[in-house]
Ligand binder design. Structure first.
Ligand code: ADP
Length: 451
């Protein structure tokens, strides 16, 4: 097992990894920018090292700075968290070339899944159901028109290098395909330096259901059921739950089995998430994330498993301590992603947190790097806390989330807490009856009412 791990991240996810390290008796090294000198992850780690100025490109994304930090501190392995360098295949290659261990899959698997066309082709060949669409990239407008006519409108044009909900354009009819194709390409070139796009059937009212998988890197793998992440704004997740209100045990076993089998066959190592849209009882693969997800705690709650511990074990060459036969979800968990943002515009709202008080009690988990007096810097993601609740059933989890939100105090900056309070009062949310478009429509309605 490793003696020392460096965490190439910040905020709540850095704390999450530090906590796992401490429970495993592994020393932790925090890295930070000059803007994060007073951050909680710096205080909580066994050692901390400054790796550059505030902009992420010169600190948290600086490969030389992170490799040097490992050399200076004697860290043997790097946990990337999510975001930043977590899905950067070149970084993984450099880590390995320096004789260090990357806590995650191989650079080959990251590269395979990072290109969405290759990912889809690979998954299709492994028997995973995919969204109908173009076989591979769509090079020109004639081909885009042909495919639109063939699969039928509406269609969505997507960047093959896409991520974070960017580079996606909807064409409702043949009249819209030219503009959708050209703007998607332009956006993809600007955002990812790669204009390649592909086309998919646009699903009208699907749920976003993702399967947590874990590979041992030796041809063994398990799945830990699904998370339902259908509540989204601008293709970004807002609230997640496990299990999905729309999935029964037989469906879970079937799709989970297909996913575990797929990752086992490619010899995948570590945690991964296979994302699907789910409509009328059918699953359609959209992408695979080759890292720990923001929303992993809902899976940890219902399966009683420490996913970061498993990541570290597999990276150290130890066997998975998970057995598919023992993996049964218990109760229901919900996560609210709380951002420092001003409603209703969702404009980032960094600044000083005068008072912070975390909720507690039975079935409440708060993953946050906030403390009273902390100044949220303006340079990074606006996520400030993840509030995760676990109950015996969905109703109990909802009541608990309501109760916990009432105890939470974040004074000094605006946050999205009021959004969750309002959502939990909605009959559709209480019934679990919502698709990926529900939240956008509800926000548009609320704004119209207030305006
Ligand atoms: P990204 O990597 O940018 O997050 P994804 O492919 O994971 O992109 O898609 C993000 C979200 O966009 C999905 O959760 C869903 O809400 C929407 N989306 C993607 N593909 C489709 C599709 N074919 N039909 C309808 N909605 C889609």
């Amino acid at each position: 097992m490793f003696r020392k791990i460096l965490i190439a991240n910040r905020g709540e996810i850095a704390l999450r990894v530090i906590r796992a390290c401490r429970e495993m008796g592994i020393a932790s090294v925090a890295v930070h920018s000059t803007a994060d000198s007073d951050a909680m992850h710096v205080r909580m780690a066994d050692e901390a090292i400054c790796i550059g100025p505030a902009p992420a490109a010169q600190s948290y994304l600086s490969v030389p700075a992170i490799i040097s930090a490992c050399e200076i501190t004697g860290a043997e392995a790097i946990h990337p968290g999510y975001g930043f360098l977590s899905e950067n295949a070149n970084f993984v290659q450099i880590v390995e070339d320096h004789g260090l261990t990357f806590i995650g899959p191989s650079s080959e698997h990251i590269r395979m899944m990072g290109d969405k066309i290759t990912a889809k082709e690979t998954m299709k060949a492994l028997g995973v159901p995919c969204v109908p669409g173009s076989d591979g990239g769509v090079p020109d407008l004639d081909e885009a028109r042909r495919i639109g006519a063939e699969i039928g409108y509406p269609v969505i044009v997507k960047a093959t290098a896409g991520g974070g909900g960017r580079g996606m354009k909807l064409a409702r009819s043949a009249a819209e395909i030219d503009v959708a194709f050209q703007t998607a390409r332009a956006e993809a070139r600007a955002a990812f330096g790669n204009p390649d796009v592909y086309i998919e059937k646009y699903l009208q009212r699907p749920r976003h259901i993702e399967i947590q998988v874990f590979g041992d890197g030796r041809g063994g793998a398990v799945h830990l059921g699904e998370r339902d992440c259908s509540l989204q704004r601008r293709h970004q997740k807002v609230l997640e739950e496990a299990p999905s209100p729309a999935i029964d045990a037989a469906t879970r076993a079937r799709i989970g089995g297909i996913c575990a089998d797929a990752v086992a066959r490619i010899g995948y190592a570590g945690a991964g998430t296979i994302e699907f849209l789910y409509e009328d009882g059918e699953f359609y693969f959209i992408e695979m994330n080759t890292r720990l997800q923001v929303e992993h705690p809902v899976t940890e709650a219902v399966f009683g498993v420490d996913l970061v511990r498993e990541q570290i074990r597999v990276a150290a060459g130890e066997p998975l301590s998970l057995d598919q036969a023992d993996l049964q979800p218990l109760g229901h968990a919900i996560e609210a992603r709380i951002n420092a943002e001003r409603l209703p515009s969702f404009a980032p709202c960094p600044g000083r947190v005068n008072t912070f008080h975390a909720p507690g009690g039975l079935g409440v988990r708060m993953d946050s790097a906030l403390y009273s007096g902390y100044v949220i810097p303006p340079y990074y993601d606006s996520l400030i806390a993840k509030l995760i609740v676990h109950g015996r059933d969905r109703d109990e989890a909802i009541a608990r989330l309501h109760r916990a939100l009432g105890e939470l105090i974040v004074d000094g900056v605006d946050s999205t807490v009021p959004l969750f309070r309002a959502l939990l009062d909605e009959p559709d949310i209480r019934r679990g009856d919502y698709s990926i478009h529900w939240l956008e429509r509800w926000l548009a309605r609320s704004e119209a009412q207030e305006g």
